[in-house]
Design a protein around this ligand. Structure first.
Ligand code: AMO
Length: 439
């Protein structure tokens, strides 16, 4: 007997969660055997698919089916034809009395990872090594179904607000954010750099007259730190808009986007949130705004034109929780010394830029950009950067770049914080970090 039968003309009639609640209905189901239990002449199979699972009860079967049952292993892939039997105590209120069984692929034993979470769960590296098995767990799959909904919501928001989606190059002739943290790749006889941000291109699109653009794409950072919030490849949700009066317009846009995403998840991810035991409530607007000077005052320290260290960030987020009782806070008026050359300056030492913190973690950077060529060149010089490699970008400011600004939001960090996950790797399908380039 074959251990991998062909599907032939069988087609799936339902996912487990959609099985009609009517005695005697005929169904064809396909999925993985999550559990096998034999009691006397009865064999109970738990058939799992993307939407849940259903119990299939074999009783008094033909010798041919019995032979198949004898060799079945957990996590094998099967297809079953059978009839629905109502049983109020069963999951979904139904059981399946099968008439035909196909083994589509027999799973090897032992399994590299248990799908049903054990008393002592496997550690994250073990889980990531066998991510395909890990992702069969409903509570892990739920994270990525919610991530999908976050992206759907963002796209919907941007589409409704007349943004145009762009796809900017990820292979670059010069680093896109800063010289550090950049991956070099061999590019024929030259060196290319992996994009650290779509920054320059989204700004060029403003000079191109596209007015409002967004991009959802992977970006790469050669981050050496092994932390709970850094990976070397992540998904950035970027947008850029023209004809803004100031940073305020960008902050409002970010708030509207976040609230839209939250409402969408609250409405559409009920099943997933239940699996994860999470509740979410759309945040109220406006989000609190705190200048860097105020932030240092709130933690009782002196502001010396420096960024908050990660310890200070923690203290600040505690202080914010007490003061505002809000999950989000905009940290504004970053010092020029800590920001890139393209941020517009508010005065000699301060920029028109902000970070958005979500329960203490930076999830977005926002800024009004310097769109006046001469000032931009002076700022570049001030940062000791050479205009040569950035000529393609700088040229776009010479011939009509409108006042503009935008933001970059870290999708993986948003999902991590929204679901209260402890490590960003939990929110990335196949995370990349200094020690992990596999699977
Ligand atoms: P920034 O460098 O702050 O800004 O990045 C934007 C957002 O990306 C996320 N992020 C990361 N997520 C996971 N792993 C990392 N190593 C990592 N690094 C950054 C954070 C961060 O807020 N060009 C600007 C954006 C702009 O001004 O429009 C930029 O890239 O959530």
């Amino acid at each position: 007997m074959s251990e991998a039968e062909e599907l032939g003309n069988w087609t799936r009639s339902h996912f487990s969660a959609e099985i009609p609640k009517k005695d005697g209905s005929s169904v064809t189901l396909m999925g993985w055997i999550r559990a096998i239990r034999k009691v006397g002449k009865l064999t109970f199979l738990q058939l799992a698919d993307r939407e849940g699972f259903v119990q299939v009860i074999f009783k008094g079967v033909s010798p041919q089916i019995q032979k198949k049952l004898d060799i079945l292993q957990r996590e094998s892939v099967i297809a079953v034809k059978g009839k629905v039997k109502i049983n109020k105590t069963a999951p979904n209120g139904v059981e399946i009395i099968p008439s035909e069984l196909k083994i589509l692929n027999l799973a090897e034993t032992p399994l590299p990872l248990e799908v049903v979470t054990q008393k002592t769960p496997a550690d994250l590296p073990t889980r990531l090594n066998s991510r395909f098995m890990d992702l069969r767990k409903p509570e892990i799959a739920a994270i990525f179904r919610i991530k999908d909904m976050v992206v759907t919501a963002a796209r919907e928001y941007w589409d409704k607000n007349k943004y145009i989606e762009i796809h900017s190059p990820k292979l670059m002739s010069a680093p896109s954010e800063s010289g550090s943290n950049v991956f070099e790749v061999k590019y024929f006889k030259n060196t290319a750099y992996l994009a650290q941000s779509p920054q320059f291109y989204k700004q060029i699109m403003m000079a191109a007259g596209f007015d409002r653009v967004y991009e959802i794409a992977p970006i790469f950072r050669a981050e050496k730190h092994h932390t709970y919030r850094h990976v070397t490849e992540f998904t950035s949700m970027d947008f850029e808009i023209s004809f803004i009066s100031g940073l305020q317009d960008i902050m409002t846009e970010v708030e509207n986007l976040i609230v839209y995403i939250y409402k969408h998840i609250q409405k559409n991810a009920k099943t997933e949130l239940k699996i994860l035991g999470k509740k979410i409530t759309p945040p109220s607007t406006p989000f609190p705004r705190v200048t860097m000077t105020e932030a240092f005052k709130m933690i009782g320290e002196k502001f010396n034109d420096n960024d908050l260290s990660s310890d200070q960030e923690k203290l600040f987020s505690e202080a914010c929780k007490k003061k505002f009782n809000h999950e989000f806070v905009f940290l504004t008026e970053f010092p020029w010394s800590t920001r890139p050359f393209y941020h517009m300056k508010k005065d000699a030492t301060t920029t028109c830029s902000a970070d958005l913190l979500y329960n203490g973690l930076e999830i977005a950077t926002l800024a009004q950009r310097e769109h006046r060529f001469k000032i931009l060149m002076a700022q570049l010089k001030d940062k000791n950067m050479s205009p040569k490699a950035l000529e393609y970008y700088l040229n776009s400011f010479k011939h009509g770049s409108p006042p503009h600004g935008g933001a970059g939001l870290g999708l993986d960090r948003i999902v991590m914080k929204m679901l209260g996950l402890e490590n960003i790797r939990e929110a990335v399908l196949f995370p990349r970090d200094p020690e992990r380039l596999w699977p």
